[in-house]
Design a protein. Structure first.
Lengths: 119, 278
C-alpha cells in the first residue's frame, strides 16, 4: 500500500518537475533579454530539478537521502549563481529590455564603469 | 645552486643533465627489442584473435591450446557467484571495476597520468609566473550574497569532493574527479571574495606530500610483494568501505594531489602578474 502511494506521489512530482523544466526551456526561447531568460532558466528549472529528484527518490528505494541532499544543494546554490551572473552582466553593461519599466537598479547611485566601489 | 655561481658552471651543469637524459634515451632506444625479433604469439594470447568469449571458452575447456599433460585451469576453479557485501578474498575487492582497472591492474599508467597532470600544471605556472602587481583597474567588491553563499557552498563542495575520492573503490568517481570538484570549490572562493589567495606554501607541501605518498605506496608493494604498485593490503569483503586494499589509499593521494594542483593553476591564472625578466 505504502509503495503504491509513494510510487504515485513520485510520478506526480516527476510530472510537475518535467512541466516546469519545459517551461524553463520555453522561457529561454521566448523571453526577450538576458535577465528575463535568466529568470526562466533558473527559477523554473530550480523547481523542476528539485521536484524531479525528490520524485525519483520516492520512486526508487533507498535513494531518498541522496535526492534530498541534491535538492537542498540546488536550492542553496542555484539562486546564488543566477544572482552572480545577472549582477556581473548588469555591471558589464548589458542593457535590460525596454519593456522593463522601472529599472530600480539604475536609480541607485552605482558606479558601473568598473572603476570604483559602490557608494 | 646559489645565485653567485658563475654562469659557466650553470651552463655546464645544465649540459651535464641534458647529456645524462640523452644517453638514457639512447640506451633505452637501442636496447628495445626490434620489430622482427619479437614473436607476437609470445606477447598476445592466441585466444585474443577469436574475439568471441564463448568460442574461446569452449576451446580452452577442450584443452586444444595447452601442451600435453596440462589441464585447463577453468575445470579446477569452481564457479563462484559474487555477492555484494558477502564475498571475500577476491583478487581485487573493488566494487567499482573501473577503479580496480585504473589503480590496481594498471597503476603504473595512473602514476604516468599524475605525472602528466603535474607537468601540465607546472607548465601553466611557469608561463604565468611573474611579479605580482596591484592591478590598475579596481575590482568591484563581490556582493554579500556571493560572499556568504560561496563560503557555505565551499564546505559542502569540499566534503563532496572528499566523499568522491574516498569512495572511489565503491561508487563511480575517484581521485581525479574528486580533486577537480575540490578545485572548483576553491574557484568559488575566488569569485566570492576580493583579493582571496590560498596558502601557497600549504598547496605546495600538500601536492608534494601526496605525490611522494603515491610513490612510497608503490615502493612498499615493490618490497613486500616483489612488484611495483602491487596490492599489499588484504582485500576484505567486496562493497565495504575498508576493502580493496590500497586502492582507497592511492585515491586519497591522487585526490589531494589533483585538488591542490588545480587550485594552484586557478590561482596563477586569476592573479595579476607582470612579466619580469632577470
Amino acid at each position: 500500500m505504502l509503495n503504491v502511494v509513494l510510487g504515485w506521489l513520485g510520478t506526480v512530482l516527476i510530472s510537475i518537475g518535467v512541466f516546469f523544466l519545459f517551461l524553463g526551456a520555453l522561457g529561454i526561447f521566448r523571453l526577450p533579454d538576458l535577465f528575463n531568460r535568466l529568470q526562466a532558466g533558473t527559477k523554473a528549472t530550480t523547481l523542476g530539478v528539485v521536484s524531479t529528484s525528490i520524485g525519483v527518490g520516492l520512486l526508487v528505494k533507498g535513494w531518498l537521502p541522496f535526492s534530498v541532499a541534491l535538492a537542498v544543494f540546488l536550492l542553496m546554490t542555484n539562486p546564488i549563481s543566477s544572482h552572480a551572473v545577472a549582477r556581473a552582466s548588469y555591471r558589464a553593461g548589458v542593457k535590460p529590455y525596454h519593456g522593463t519599466s522601472p529599472d530600480e537598479c539604475a536609480k541607485r547611485n552605482l558606479d558601473f564603469s568598473g572603476e570604483g566601489e559602490e557608494k | 645552486m646559489k645565485n653567485d655561481t658563475p654562469k659557466v658552471f650553470k651552463s655546464i651543469f645544465a649540459l651535464f643533465v641534458v647529456a645524462i637524459f640523452m644517453i638514457g634515451l639512447f640506451y633505452a632506444f637501442v636496447s628495445m627489442p626490434k620489430g622482427w625479433g619479437v614473436n607476437v604469439n609470445n606477447r598476445v594470447s592466441r585466444l585474443y584473435i577469436l574475439k568471441n568469449v564463448r568460442t574461446a571458452t569452449r576451446l580452452l575447456d577442450s584443452g586444444k591450446f595447452f601442451a600435453k599433460g596440462m589441464k585447463p585451469l577453468r575445470a579446477e576453479v569452481p564457479y563462484k557467484p559474487i555477492k555484494f557485501k558477502k564475498t571475500a578474498n577476491l583478487e581485487d575487492g573493488a566494487a567499482n571495476v573501473v577503479t580496480s582497472i585504473v589503480v590496481d591492474y594498471r597503476g603504473f599508467d595512473t602514476l604516468g597520468e599524475v605525472t602528466v597532470l603535474f607537468l601540465a600544471a607546472s607548465g601553466v605556472m611557469m608561463l604565468l609566473f611573474g611579479k605580482r602587481v596591484k592591478p590598475k583597474r579596481k575590482k568591484t567588491e563581490p556582493s554579500l550574497i556571493m560572499y556568504v553563499g560561496t563560503r557555505i557552498a565551499f564546505a559542502v563542495i569540499f566534503l563532496f569532493g572528499i566523499y568522491i575520492f574516498v569512495h572511489g573503490h565503491l561508487t563511480p568517481g575517484g581521485g581525479f574527479p574528486g580533486g577537480a570538484v575540490i578545485a572548483s570549490g576553491i574557484l568559488g572562493l575566488f569569485l566570492g571574495r576580493n583579493g582571496y589567495t590560498p596558502n601557497h606554501a600549504g598547496l605546495k607541501v600538500f601536492e608534494s606530500l601526496s605525490g611522494i605518498a603515491f610513490v612510497i605506496i608503490g615502493l612498499i608493494g615493490l618490497f613486500s610483494v616483489k612488484s611495483f604498485l602491487a596490492n599489499f593490503l588484504p582485500t576484505g569483503i567486496i562493497g565495504n568501505l575498508y576493502s580493496a586494499g590500497f586502492i582507497s589509499l592511492i585515491y586519497i593521494a591522487i585526490g589531494m594531489k589533483v585538488g591542490s594542483e588545480l587550485a594552484a593553476v586557478v590561482d596563477s591564472m586569476i592573479g595579476d602578474t607582470k612579466e619580469e625578466w632577470s
